[in-house]
Write a protein that binds this ligand. Structure first.
Ligand SMILES: Nc1ncnc2c1ncn2[C@@H]1O[C@H](COP(=O)(O)OP(=O)(O)O)[C@@H](O)[C@H]1O
Ligand SMILES: [Mg+2]
Length: 262
């Protein structure tokens, strides 16, 4: 049975694709799912390097951590991305696909094979502008933007090919609870847009320095206990957020095969 595919994509860099992709992959692996991950961002290679750092730490310190099978797509190797994604999907329950923050053919191919498409946005109208344009006075949605159209096209292509639907999830990343008014406005605009364009909104990770510090060791929040670091109250709260993020994805449960949860 082919793996369920979760694609992290947003045409904007720095919105948290790689951070949320790694945390999702590791969280699912920690639950015993067979997870594979592929990094299509052949320039920045954040997800690939993150997981390489993780493998190196496991070896160096002799710790056993959940580690997804992973590779960074190498355009020079002469394979198509379809064939690499299929190869990884063959031996996994879930394939996590991280993409570069730009529009290119690879990203479009990846989106058109997604079962779930996750678009992280920073909680600001700058990021929201890619999906929909907002009226400056009323903060109401004027019209969907080009990224919504790109996803629309990819969904249509998918429907034509195998009749399947793409569950599009907009994930609000780097939430800053001190900015309650901004959070409410963005939430209202997203709610309106979600009905027009057809996505779901789920909460992502709060703004925390720890997410920027974990990369060199390849660690996620879930690992701090395992390597003997004090978890602390902030980390307990952050792990709760990650659990909610995974729940929000509404992945099919392992027994029911590939069909999406209702
Ligand atoms: N919730 C968060 N809190 C703090 N920093 C974050 C958070 N999510 C991402 N970052 C940081 O923001 C930057 C961009 O994130 P990244 O996941 O690389 O985005 P993308 O893959 O979309 O370009 C990185 O420095 C990352 O550590
Ligand atoms: Mg990235």
């Amino acid at each position: 049975m082919a793996a369920y595919r979760i694609v992290f994509a947003n045409e904007k860099g720095g919105s948290g694709k790689s951070t949320t992709a790694v945390h999702t992959a590791v969280a699912l692996a920690a639950r015993g799912r067979r997870v594979a991950a592929i990094d299509l961002d052949t320039r920045q290679r954040t997800l690939g390097r993150y997981l390489e750092n993780r493998a190196a730490l496991m070896k160096r310190d002799g710790v056993d951590l959940p580690l997804p099978v992973h590779e960074t797509f190498d355009p020079a190797a002469g394979h198509s991305i379809e064939s690499r994604m299929d190869a990884l999907a063959a031996d996994a329950d879930i394939l996590v696909i991280d993409t570069p923050g730009r529009d290119d053919d690879h990203v479009r191919v990846a989106i058109s094979t997604a079962d779930t498409l996750v678009t992280p946005i920073n909680d600001s109208f700058v990021d929201l502008d890619l999906i929909g344009q907002v009226d400056p006075d009323s903060y109401k949605i004027r019209r969907p933007s080009f990224y919504a159209e790109l996803v629309w096209d990819a969904r249509k292509a998918r429907g034509k090919r195998d009749g399947a639907t793409v569950d599009w999830v907009v994930l609000r990343n780097r939430l800053q609870h001190l900015e309650a008014r901004n959070m409410r406005r963005v939430a209202a605009a997203l709610a309106e847009l979600s009905k027009r364009v057809g996505f779901r909104v789920i909460p992502g990770l709060s703004e925390r320095v720890v997410y920027r510090e974990l990369f060199p060791k390849g660690l996620t929040l879930l690992d701090l206990g395992a390597i003997g670091q004090d978890a602390g109250m902030a980390h307990v709260a952050a792990r709760g957020e990650l659990r909610e993020l995974i729940a929000g994805l509404q992945l099919p449960d392992p027994e029911s095969g590939r069909a999406r949860a209702a």
